[in-house]
Write a protein that binds this ligand. Structure first.
Ligand code: ADP
Ligand code: MG
Length: 637
């Protein structure tokens, strides 16, 4: 028999191999060797092993981790850990943290060359047919949290190494069964966020002296996150500087740096994306439905029109190398893909074109703390419309990035104040806000350069929408807007002119809020004075109409009206009344009627935004979460 590495009495939870089998906890004598983890009946009287109750082959273990203890756990169950193998989880409770660490460490050490090591795990228990962490109901469901490389012995370089490495001095020492000193690093869940590692997904050449250059695929350590958009980081040479946070991804997603890797893509999504691209040899790599495995999805038209999709699992050879077909072995998946980009070698075609759901071009970005765009880098291509400040054009920035450019008509804006504010607005960043890229202020007219949204203004979009309308989509639009507004509210930024005309729609139908705060810089009494003809009276609550008192709660009122615009597909609120009549009637308690497309629940949501007293209106945080709940219910049935 192999040498004993560790032996101790631990509490073992029953394995609930059937959904209904009861949970129980028994003391067992656990014995770990390099081949097996076995557990025996334990008799405290004799203090000696009795009959074998069960065992797990070490080579079948997929990972070992701590588990988050149950709420109000009794003291004996404060230090659980999990051993996941082909039959599911085995839960064991150590007597104290020292013992738990030692077991996890020893186990990780013996399993570290296993072929099927998992990359994700469930940090909570499997109980009564469900994972408590993610509510998934299949015991085999892929883990919902990544195993942090720094907490695990499963580093990538080792996973793809062909032969087991020779034992380290420490491993040899372990054979002599000496008690170990306490571990220097603790096993903590959730993983510590202090020294986070990230991988660059785009190249970034620094635009300011404070920036750090990024090289796609390289790893960086995040030192500080002073701001959501710019993080202070260090490269492998020890150089430090600011990096744009959306140019990097958490390390551990080892393929994120590769254009061909589509994280989280299902087989169906892969097929529809490949079909849409309709290119012979179009391919991508995705996680396979088998945890820890990957699949190459390849589209071919060789077999005729229309093309077909083939899915090839990336297999692992006994020695740990990877292969697709015809047993051409590779040390790593990127090497394998690279080879098959040039050789079909058994596949229906070579991998000719990368098809991706990622934006393969880096999002446009100025350097840290910069807001001035060089107007020579702008190309004007098409006029989009005319607004309060003059013409808006579509164009390119640096030849590649689509942008909208507001050319501010002289005398229409208090420019110095705006330029100051633009520095703040540059920092606002959210998927449901139209991103401000920068400004050109060294010439007249000044330009405001923003993200371009191909489907234009929401008001027109609603009015031109195909009938009958999709009610889920209407609510999704409201969810998008409430999400952007929840962010502005959290940043204590008041929009002041929220309405369908100030929202835009992108190519996927996502709605984004624009022109936030801009109304403060308009030089036009008709627009800025609540008695003016261009003042957004129809979107204003009583306290704004009467005392010009703006707040996030006055934005909430406007949001209710905007929801009403969505559900009426772009009707004019209070269409039969003029501005003076509206002031009179709304302050006296009149409210908009229920649109036909809105059921009572939706209408109640709107009406809640129209409480006379601002403090009685919900926050955007509440609104967003209510809409999410409703969407969830709608999609359920
Ligand atoms: P202003 O806010 O100066 O009054 P708008 O924002 O209303 O001007 O812009 C005028 C028109 O230009 C809009 O109705 C819209 O169709 C188009 N537009 C403005 N910004 C964008 C953008 N970022 N992407 C696409 N279209 C835009
Ligand atoms: Mg506007």
């Amino acid at each position: 028999m192999a040498d004993v590495i560790l032996e101790e009495v631990l509490l073992k939870r029953s394995q609930q191999k059937k959904k209904t089998s009861p949970l129980n906890y028994k003391e067992r004598q656990f014995v770990l060797t390099s081949e097996k983890l076995s557990y025996y009946d334990y008799d405290p009287e004799k203090d000696k092993r009795k009959s074998l109750k069960g065992s797990v082959d070490v080579e079948k273990i997929r990972f070992v981790e701590t588990v988050i203890p149950e709420e109000n756990a009794i003291p004996e169950r404060h230090f659980p850990f999990q051993i996941i193998y082909d039959e599911g989880p085995l839960y064991v409770f150590a007597k104290n943290e020292e013992s738990r660490k030692q077991w996890i460490r020893k186990l990780k050490n013996v399993v570290r060359f296993n072929k099927d090591l998992a990359q994700k795990y469930h940090p909570w228990f499997w109980v009564d047919g469900k994972w408590l962490c993610c509510q998934q109901e299949s015991k085999q469901a892929m883990g919902c949290r990544k195993i942090e490389p720094k907490n695990s012995a499963f580093t990538h370089s080792r996973r793809i190494s062909r032969k087991p490495l020779p034992p380290t001095p420490l491993e040899r020492e372990e054979k002599i069964l000496r008690p170990l000193p306490p571990e220097p690093t603790s096993q903590v869940l959730p993983p510590l966020a202090t020294e986070e590692s990230v991988i660059a997904i785009y190249d970034y050449s620094s635009n300011s002296a404070l920036d750090l250059q990024l090289i796609k695929g390289d790893q960086y350590t995040v030192l500080e996150k002073p701001d959501a958009n710019w993080w202070k980081a260090r490269n492998k040479y020890g150089q430090e500087g600011f990096i744009p946070s959306n140019y990097v991804t958490e390390a551990g997603n080892e393929f994120d740096g590769y254009d061909w890797y589509c994280k989280g893509m299902s087989r169906n999504q892969a097929e529809s994306l490949l079909k849409k691209e309709n290119k012979d040899g179009g391919f991508l790599v995705r996680e396979s439905s088998k945890p820890g495995k990957f699949t190459v999805s390849l589209y071919t038209k060789v077999t005729g029109e229309p093309g077909t999709c083939r899915h090839y699992n990336i297999c692992t050879a006994p020695q740990g190398q990877f292969y697709l077909a015809e047993k051409h072995f590779f040390e790593s998946i990127p090497e394998l893909i690279n080879y098959h980009q040039h050789n079909s070698a058994g596949l229906v075609s070579r991998l000719k074109y990368i098809v991706s759901n990622k934006n393969l071009r880096a999002p446009a970005r100025l350097g840290y703390g910069e807001w001035e765009i060089d107007p020579r880098q702008l190309t004007f291509l098409k006029e989009l419309g005319n607004g309060q400040f003059g013409v808006v054009k579509y164009g390119k920035w640096q030849g590649v990035n689509d942008v909208a450019i507001k050319m501010i008509k002289e005398g229409s804006m208090s420019e110095d104040d705006f330029i100051e504010e633009a520095k703040v607005m540059m920092k606002l960043q959210h998927t449901n806000l139209v991103q401000l890229y920068g400004v050109c202020t060294k010439q007249r007219p000044i330009f405001i350069v923003t993200e371009f949204l191909v489907n234009g203004c929401l008001l027109n979009y609603l009015q031109e929408m195909m009938k009958p309308v999709n009610l889920v989509y209407l609510l999704e639009m409201c969810r998008d807007i409430s999400s952007g507004m929840e962010y502005l509210e959290s940043q204590k930024f008041i929009h002041r002119d929220l309405a369908a005309r100030n929202c835009l729609v992108d190519d996927c139908g996502t709605v984004k809020v624009t022109d936030f705060g801009l109304s403060r810089y308009v030089l036009d009494d008709e627009y800025t004075s609540s008695a003016g003809s261009k003042f957004p009276v129809r979107w204003s609550p009583p306290e704004v109409l009467l005392y010009c008192k703006f707040s996030s709660k006055s934005d909430v009122w406007a949001f209710g009206v905007l929801m009403w615009e969505v559900y009426t597909l772009g009707k004019m609120p209070y269409e039969r009344f003029n501005n003076n009549e509206i002031v009179e009637k709304v302050t006296a308690g009149l409210r908009l009627y229920r649109p036909q497309n809105a059921n009572e629940t939706i209408y109640t949501l709107m009406k809640n935004c129209w409480h006379e007293k601002p403090e009685e209106r919900p926050s955007f945080h509440e609104i967003h979460s209510n809409i999410n709940d409703l969407l969830y219910e709608l999609q359920e049935d």
